[in-house]
Design a binder for this molecule. Sequence first.
Ligand code: M6R
Length: 362
Amino acid sequence: EKGGYEHYMRKEIHEQPEALRQTLAGRLDVDAGNVDLDVSFPPGFLADLEEIRIVACGTSYYAGRYAAQLFEELAGVRASVEIASEYEFGAGRTPDRTLVVAVTQSGETADTLGAIRRAKDAGARTFAVTNTLGSTVTREVDGTAFIRAGPEIGVAATKTFASQVATLAMLAVAVGRDRGALAASDARSVLEDLQGLPGAVQQVLDEEPQVREAAQAYQDSEAFFFVGRALGVPVALEGALKLKEISYDHAEGFAAGELKHGPLALVTPDTPVLAVLTDRSRGRETMNNVTEAQTRGAPALGCVSEDTEYDTLDVSFDVPDVGTVEPLVANVYLQLFAYHVANEKGRSIDKPRNLAKSVTVE
Ligand code: M6R
């Protein structure tokens, strides 16, 4: 049932092109620059929207952080993302002009359900982005978009992260178009990027031997730091979570600019830095921060847009140019890196110690 793969996680990493095709299937009208997610909001609701607040946990929270940037850029609406267990509606906000979006693969995460209930109590409109038909969250919210990634067995979320971000990107386009904040031509270019996503992810998967080699070279390091800027930040955070979750190694993600405000004190020749250096996530500026770490002896591995080169990197992974979703494609390298480090160490990859696939307690 693992289809020849030794772990579900690796199978699910490799299923991403197909999962993404399902996520996008029949939902894009590229020529018109429109998206059909089969969701409806009350007339005028989106036009009057003041704020989108995303609530989620773990990997879904990082998908939310990616999406919040897309909502601001594409839908012209203030967007924030909160860790569900920390979420409160807060004073001075306007419930009837707020959309609270739960991002949850399982649809059963207690912290996320708790946040949705607090949002509803405050009078906000609620929405869910989930993988699971009939899950609890779908019964509690005003509307749902399914990510259609197919079942995910590995505790580490992989293909569902990609499909969450793709679904949220479509939602951002849909909201932007409805509000008149996004021109058809700009929408078209984002939708073309999305269409290119499955093929771009496949190109990265074909590079797996190179990632495995890097994992073997650096697996015994003392700690791993992940950095990025803009859309590269959630990917760096997600890369660190994936590695710590399945390899049990110390891994931290940072906004690259923050390295010099503290974490740099931890950097040694034994702490590789993995960086998201794609063009549209401010790769050049990020590289400056990576250089600061290299000066302290740290090895540097980077995910770089295929038309760019940074000669000083110890390892460079090519990322196909798919614009807004380029950092999401870079994430596939980080998934493979985490997988191969953990595999070299013989970890229990599909069921890491102390963790459960679905966390139903607060
Ligand atoms: O089912 P959910 O998306 O609500 O789950 C949220 C987190 O528990 C989940 O993403 C967790 O962080 C993953 N194990 C990470 O790989």
